[in-house]
Design a binder for this molecule. Structure first.
Ligand code: BES
Ligand code: ZN
Length: 854
């Protein structure tokens, strides 16, 4: 046994062990006396035992608290401090619990509970951070009203709900809506607000504010508009109105996640709310709009109706991701949003679902819940809702949602409650459908076809590879959207949703004059891997003719993958027919620029690795990189004569507007610039860099130059220009690593960790560097193992500072088993090194042991 690895297996929590809390929490009153190293928190909580309360002892969660005093009904009591909280003997009738604790926000680098960021106090309580603020039944099914008094000399002191009074050195807040503790928030500091207002459909005026550090006021207007659009959209589409007189958003620089939906007081990572044309790219603007919507939408799907326990996390996150995707589709372009989401799903969720971290959208066990805010819970959770909607139809979907809000408002619910409203609203039996929530793994669907005498038959065979040693999984309900095209490109059958429920199933289409070309899994109607023998010419046909825009892109994407896979496996040259098809499309000014940009963006190298793996090959990262380089270079040469014209034609003139239209054009323009830079020695990119008046174009030019190793001067200039802007500097850090060649990636990243502006304490900066390292496929997986080593070293160093971010970033190793034995051995050694670290956090311990044990 290794003595250096004393980390005992931490406690595992199981869904099947759920028991309700034995007490009602009637009300909560909190008083904070703020002080950076010694904040005092006084709590006064009224508990009433439920009829079936087991005994007269209760347990409250609490971590990293110094208990000063505890009283029941005004009389001091002795509480027993136990692992993770305290136990106390309590009366069998309603009683008032009071406790005073002391905490140290300035020392809180984990950024969970009450902490300080840039001199400002703020909180993050989801999932289990409230227990670091005071002793409490810190579970989402315990809901209560909160009254908060903040004492301190900060100019602005905020909490949830409505302000009820303020004076010199104090402020009071009351939130009338019962809520679980994870939605509690407090912010105090030197803040300025960008105000706005919204009148709800029933005529209520709501005051809106975005609170930022002085100096950032000019970056709030876009977020404010996004908030108003979200409020309007939720009324129009779901009939849901805001329910307080005030809605506050605060931007903080040090934040583990993107943003948090605390009732009436959303807290945002500043990267997810601050925006200006000079400092933010089109992609930033789109993300900010989406995340503001997401957190706002939680007010109903998460806050008014919350989760019974954390196993039900996808009840709020899957649904809210689904709703924010609908919103973005409505505000921007539906097919573009769908394509972006499928790219992300395949890049993040498919590898998770096929590797050692696989889990169902509703997991049944966890050690550290923070490790389950995953692509599966979020993105697959949203896909499952999309499938439900397709199966029951739009009208039934909204009927079921209305019933959900009517029946469960004010409750803490489960996936069973969610499915029951669909069953009751539609009369449908969802037992088999429920497998999507309980089974991990991405189903594969094999398609074959037959045509004779006007009858066309499609046969589908589904299977989900079970983890080693486990039985074959039962077939699922798979909505398969299919359309048929005639060989001349006309649609002969409009989209129809076929319902797969069996392991093998056939569907026939009668009365067809000739053998049709099928367009299968339109809109990506289910999160599955489609396997079908087909030809590149049929893919090219669909790329040109499919009436479903998603599948048109998908045909091009499949074609691109085939070409690249052939290049990697057989050393083939880039397919000429494919290059011709690309050229035709990029030159076709009738086509949507955003769509052209997407088709022109090749599948990522990790996507090719994933595809090779799905087909039973061991991916060689260097070969994948070489194929990508050859392909892009060949494409640039093929387009050589048209590139200058295309560049000019797609350049967006006039003032920068961050709308979908402009963003699509700039995306295409950026793609063309990167191709052009391979041929003109960087002349055009240097000109664009020098003249750009917005970050999208400045960044695109810098990226093109750095990729071509021609951007040294511009990179320096960029640093000089933006060194005082944290968010722009994150781009600068990340870009150097993203653009590095495989053999220099780790060294580049290592050097940047020595930079005076690198920091372990700021998650955005750490992610900019280490995330870019892990995201550079060939660099991270370079045969030297230097990438693995550097990441592991930094994760070990970060773990004692910020376990949550460390654990999340460990997932960069999750695909390790798909590589060759040498790389596997290198990664295994790094994972074992992490695991052997003394005092490793529960978060990281769980992630690494799951990756090692599968
Ligand atoms: N509730 C989460 C934030 C959260 C996650 C807090 C994990 C604590 C632990 C929030 O609603 C969320 O989902 N945020 C996402 C962005 C969203 C657009 C998917 C995030 O922060 O990445
Ligand atoms: Zn969320």
């Amino acid at each position: 046994m290794n003595d250096a690895a004393p980390n005992a297996a931490p406690q595992t929590f199981y869904l099947k062990d759920y028991k309700p809390f034995g007490y009602e929490v009637e009300s909560v009153k909190l008083t904070f006396q703020l002080s950076p190293n010694a904040t005092k928190v006084h709590s006064a909580i009224r508990f009433t035992p439920k009829a079936d309360a087991e005994d007269n002892r209760f347990f409250l969660h609490g971590e990293q608290l110094s208990l000063i005093s505890a009283k029941i009904d005004g009389t001091p009591v002795t509480a027993r401090l136990v692992d993770g909280g305290l136990e106390c003997d309590v009366p069998r009738t309603s009683f008032l619990w009071e406790a005073e604790v002391e905490i140290d926000p300035a020392a809180n680098t984990a950024l969970e509970g009450l902490y300080m960021s840039n001199g400002m106090y703020c909180t993050q309580c989801e999932a289990e951070g409230f227990r670091k603020i005071t002793y409490y039944p810190d579970r989402p099914d315990v809901m209560s009203t909160f009254t908060v008094r903040i004492e301190g000399d900060e100019p602005v002191m905020l909490s949830n709900g409505n302000p009820t009074g303020a004076g010199e050195g104090w402020a009071e807040w009351h939130d009338p809506w019962p809520k679980p503790a994870y939605l509690f928030a407090l912010v105090a500091g030197d803040l300025v607000n960008h105000p706005g207002s919204f009148t709800t459909k029933s005529g209520k005026d709501v005051e809106l504010n975005i609170w930022v550090r002085p100096g950032d006021e000019g970056k709030c207007a876009f977020g404010m508009e996004a908030l108003k659009k979200s409020m309007k959209w939720d009324e129009d589409v779901y009939g849901l109105e805001y329910d307080l007189d005030l809605f506050n958003i605060v931007a903080v620089d040090d934040f583990n996640m993107g943003a948090m939906e605390n009732k009436g007081l959303n807290i945002f990572n500043s990267s997810c709310v601050l925006a200006s044309p000079e400092t933010s790219t089109d992609a930033n603007f789109e993300r900010i709009e989406a995340i503001i919507a997401h957190e706002y939408f939680h007010n109903w799907t998460g806050n008014r109706i919350t989760c019974r326990d954390w196993f039900q996390l996808c009840l709020k996150e899957g649904l809210t991701v689904f709703r924010d995707a609908q919103f973005t589709a409505d505000m921007r372009s539906e097919p573009v949003k769908r394509i972006e989401d499928v790219i992300a799903l395949r890049a993040r969720q498919f590898p998770e679902d096929g590797g050692p971290l696989a889990h169902p959208p509703r997991p049944e066990e966890f050690q550290e819940i923070n490790n389950f805010y995953t692509a599966t819970v979020y993105e697959k959770g949203a896909e499952v809702i999309g499938m439900l909607k397709r199966l029951v139809g739009d009208d039934n979907y909204y009927k079921a949602l209305n019933l959900y809000f009517e029946r469960h408002d004010g409750q803490a619910c489960t996936i069973e409650d969610w499915l029951k409203v669909f069953e009751d609203a539609t009369g449908r039996d969802l037992n088999q459908f429920k497998l999507w929530y309980s089974q991990a793994g991405t189903p594969r669907v094999k398609v074959s076809e037959e045509y004779a005498d006007g009858t066309y038959t499609l046969t589908f065979e589904q299977s989900t590879p079970p983890p080693p040693g486990q039985p074959e999984k039962a077939p699922r309900v798979i909505p398969m959207a299919v359309g048929l095209l005639s060989p001349n490109g006309d649609e002969v059958r409009a989209t129809e949703v076929l319902e797969l429920t069996e392991a093998k199933q056939s569907f026939t289409f009668e009365g067809l004059a000739s053998k049709p070309v099928p367009s299968i899994l339109r809109e990506f109607s289910a999160p599955v891997i489609l396997e079908r023998e087909t030809t590149n010419s049929e893919r090219a046909f669909l790329l040109a003719h499919d009436t479903d825009p998603f599948n048109r892109w998908e045909a091009g994407n499949a074609l691109a993958k085939e070409v690249r896979v052939a290049m990697v496996l057989d050393g083939a040259a880039p397919d000429a027919a494919y290059l011709d098809a690309l050229e035709k499309l990029v030159r076709d000014d009738e086509q949507d620029p955003a769509f052209r940009a997407l088709v022109l963006s090749p599948p990522s190298q990790s996507d090719i690795a994933q595809t090779l793996h799905e087909r039973g090959h061991t991916p060689d990262p260097q070969k994948i990189y070489d194929a990508a380089e050859t392909f892009t270079q060949t494409l640039a040469q093929q387009l050589e004569t048209s590139l200058p014209r295309l560049y000019a034609a797609t350049t967006v003139e006039g003032p920068y507007v961050p709308d979908a239209d402009g963003a699509g054009k700039r995306a295409l323009n950026g793609r063309i610039l990167s191709l052009l830079t391979r041929l003109d020695g960087g002349e055009q990119a240097a000109r664009q860099y020098a003249s750009a008046d917005n970050m999208t174009q400045q960044y695109a030019a810098l990226a093109a130059l750095m990729k071509a190793e021609k951007g040294e001067a511009q990179s320096k200039a960029f640093f000089e220009q933006w060194q005082d802007d944290r968010l722009v500097m994150d781009k600068w850090f990340a870009l150097q690593i993203a653009c590095a060649a495989p053999e220099t990636t780790a060294a580049t990243a290592k050097e940047l960790t020595q930079h005076p502006l690198f920091s372990m304490k700021n998650p955005n900066r750490f992610r900019a560097v280490m995330g870019a390292l892990a995201g550079n496929h060939a660099g991270f997986h370079h045969a030297s193992g230097a990438g693995y080593q550097l990441l592991a070293e930094n994760l070990i160093a970060l773990d004692s500072v910020n376990p949550q971010t460390t654990a999340r970033m460990c997932a960069a190793f999750q695909t390790w088993k798909r590589y060759d034995s040498k790389r596997q051995a290198q990664i295994q050694a790094e994972l074992e090194r992490i695991l052997a670290t003394s005092d490793l956090s529960r978060d990281t311990h769980e992630m690494v042991s799951r990756m090692l044990s599968a």
